[in-house]
Write a protein that binds this ligand. Structure first.
Ligand code: TRP
Length: 519
């Protein structure tokens, strides 16, 4: 994809100013965190104020963290995250790009006004935790953040924080893409040793999908098993269904109402694209996804503390919910949640969209058997010049989703693992001769992309990249590598899931104190 930087990025442009203000704010915060000399802090603050004045002069508007000048996602006039024709589209329900390489994530950072997870931040995480950074960090799979430096400041000053993530349970079967945020959250819980809350938005799925309340709740419990199988510590983790927990937690509901009072219909229209004919359940739902970002939504864990900061690992499509949350937080007296954003897990047919459970052929389900993984086969990379164009375009599903699903589980599992081989979009050439001569294209090859998610060994991954690019490695061999990585991973997941009894699920889902003391 041609990356022509837009004109606004020039020196002194509103966007430039916006970035400078963010950086200066970060500096002030860092100075305060390390108790720097007063005059040093004062002069940094002065600089910050003067930048903000220039910003106002240039744009006619006050500087607002998280809302870069080009995309005022939250404001009286709203404005979707929709893009001009031909650009990538990302919102909580749809992920679509015309590029076979997938979404342009650097552009998304600019549009969403978040920050890149750069080498410096990764090094800082490594220093703070004393652990080798997770491969999702090393490989840019978690690529963007908001306020992660603040979380590290808190951690280094022995101040508590907690993790919050979630899942919309729209069917019984989860696929490997769904695990990405959970695998990473489990790692964060291990290295930082912090409490974790996991929201199962069965209410959301009831509102958006053709499901009964009982079905949605049933899926929440089933999905909780797959989540627990990721290895979360029962003493440090609370999983809750909205349908269950909302009704029994005044602390939670009070926060929902506070949030509802501070967001207008106009704002959610702007952020989420709701229309006058959407049911009011949908319109008020964002408040429910926002509420777990505040510690007093969980008095059984945090007592009356309202100031324990929250860190949310999630796929970038969930960011609109949390932009809204961060906008509301200071107005209701709470800290803004910090975020870590992941890229999408590509569909088997190509990175134009993400893996979606509603399209069984696009997915590798966790219920798939080892043999099924192998039989999923791929179309080939077409002749040079037409990269991605002649690939089967995934249908623009209403809610294609890392967190979205649909359809009946059992029938899909039988179909699905056969599909790496059958459907995984390939960057290989049409014939072995051509492939040996010109080499393959890792940038569009879905099997290679999956290896970057799941193959732990950096050296081996680099070797595969070289060999496939040079033509020394054939598509069949690349797929074999992937299958050898995926099969044991899924088999192990299935074995762990089998161990998750109803009693264990019940305990995870019971509101209780975790093994942390809050006063
Ligand atoms: N809305 C998300 C989905 O459809 C579920 C969710 C709720 C979530 N809270 C979250 C995801 C926090 C990430 C972080 O799947």
């Amino acid at each position: 994809m041609a990356d022509v930087p837009n004109g606004e990025q020039g020196c002194g442009s509103p966007l430039e100013l916006f970035k400078n203000i963010a950086a200066q704010g970060e500096l002030v915060r860092a100075l305060k965190a390390r108790n720097a000399a007063k005059n040093e802090i004062d002069s940094a603050v002065e600089m910050l104020l003067s930048l903000k004045m220039s910003y106002k002069a240039a744009t006619g508007e006050d500087y607002k963290a998280d809302y870069p000048p080009r995309d005022p996602a939250l404001g009286s006039d709203g404005g979707l995250d929709a893009t001009e024709a031909g650009e990538d589209f990302v919102d909580p329900w749809t992920v679509q790009t015309s590029s076979a390489k997938g979404i342009d994530y650097d552009k998304l950072i600019v549009r969403f006004g978040s920050s890149k997870i750069d080498k410096e931040l990764i090094n800082r995480i490594e220093r703070a935790t004393g652990q080798r950074p997770h491969r999702f960090l090393r490989r840019g799979i978690f690529f963007s953040h908001r306020d992660m430096h603040q979380i590290l400041d808190a951690y280094e000053n022995k101040k508590p924080f907690y993790l919050y993530t979630g899942r919309g349970p729209s069917s019984e079967a989860m696929h490997v893409g769904h695990l990405i945020p959970f695998i990473f959250t489990k790692w964060l819980q291990d290295v930082f040793n912090v409490p974790l809350v996991i929201q199962m938005t069965d209410d959301e799925k009831y509102l958006w999908k053709d499901l009964t309340l009982d079905q949605a709740y049933g899926y929440a419990v089933e999905n909780a098993k797959d989540i627990i199988a990721c290895g979360f510590d029962i003493k440090k983790t609370f999983i809750f269904s909205d349908l269950d927990y909302m009704g029994m937690s005044p602390g939670f509901y009070k926060n929902v109402v506070k949030i509802q009072k501070h967001v207008t219909f106009n704002q959610v229209k702007g952020i989420f694209g709701f229309t006058d004919s959407d049911c009011i359940g949908k319109i008020s739902f964002p408040a429910i996804q926002a509420a777990p970002s505040f510690s007093n939504s969980f008095p059984q864990i945090f007592r009356d503390r309202t100031d324990v900061q929250c860190l949310i690992p999630c796929a970038i499509d969930q960011d609109p919910y949390f932009r809204m949350t961060r906008d509301v937080a200071p107005r209701i007296g709470y800290p803004k949640p910090a975020l870590l954003h992941s890229t999408f897990f590509p569909a088997l047919q190509g990175a134009q969209t993400k893996m979606s459970a509603s399209d069984p052929n696009s997915s590798i389900f966790l219920t798939d058997t080892a043999k099924q993984i192998k039989t999923k086969r791929a179309p080939r990379w077409p002749v040079p010049g037409s990269v991605g164009r002649s690939s089967p375009r995934p249908p623009p599903t209403a809610r294609a989703g890392l967190h979205a699903q649909g359809g009946g589980p059992t029938s899909m599992c039988v179909l699905s693992l056969a599909q790496v081989n059958k459907h995984a979009f390939s960057g290989g050439r049409d014939t072995t001769e051509e492939h040996r001569q010109f080499g393959g294209n890792c940038d569009v090859d879905v099997s290679f992309m999956y290896l970057t998610f799941f193959l732990e060994d950096d050296d081996r991954l680099e070797q595969i990249r070289k060999d496939y690019t040079s033509g020394a490695m054939l598509t069949g061999e690349l797929k074999k590598e992937l299958i050898e990585v995926l099969q044991p991973l899924i088999a192990e997941h299935q074995a762990r899931r089998k161990e998750v009894t109803d009693e264990i699920v019940k305990e995870f889902m019971t509101p209780r104190k975790l093994s942390y003391d809050f006063e």
